[in-house]
Ligand binder design. Structure first.
Ligand code: NI
Length: 170
């Protein structure tokens, strides 16, 4: 496995709509392994292919706590097929927008259809934090970042803080 280069805001690939990922073969599985390793090394709980420079509809997620067994979820060509009416607010961060966080409102639960690590069709009911992580990552496949869901004023403040953080040599 190898660690992949992480693309950060405002790289244009993060605003692009990702293409169909195609079939799950050995080459794709190697990429899924590399994505997962990259996500773990960066300390994230989700990663979408555009964040490592690949504009394809591929996502990895693991919301297990550090003291728990890893529980990776691999999603190829994921589609949200149902969203709850109920909404929830949760604080989010993103590996492509380092050291920043903001509260985002999203549906509290979603049902997602996707192909897994073996190319098998799966359906998952995501609730609680998994619902947040999954919607955040799937957004990346449509070129949407969590900061696109907050007010313009809050986004400007957050991006100013990001600029300051980077100027301080991070
Ligand atoms: Ni993100």
């Amino acid at each position: 496995m190898s660690k992949l280069k992480l693309y950060e805001y405002p790289h244009p690939i993060l605003k692009q709509k990702a293409a169909d990922a195609g079939e799950v073969d050995d080459e794709m599985r190697k990429f899924l392994d590399d994505m997962l390793e990259t996500m773990y090394e960066c300390g994230g709980c989700g990663l979408a292919a555009p964040q490592v420079g690949v504009a394809k509809r591929i996502v990895v997620i693991d919301i297990a706590h550090e003291d728990e067994e890893p529980a990776p979820i691999y999603m190829v060509n994921p589609v949200i097929v149902w969203r709850s009416e109920e909404k929830k607010v949760c604080e989010e961060g993103c590996l492509s927008i380092p050291a920043q966080r903001a509260e985002v409102e999203r549906p509290a639960a979603v049902r997602i259809r996707y192909k897994d690590y073996y190319g098998k069709e799966q359906e998952l009911l995501a609730e609680d934090f998994l619902a947040v992580a999954a919607q955040h990552e799937l957004d990346h496949l449509d070129g949407v970042l969590y900061i696109d869901h907050i007010s313009r004023l809050r986004r400007q403040m957050l991006l100013k803080k990001l600029e300051k953080y980077r100027k301080e040599g991070n």
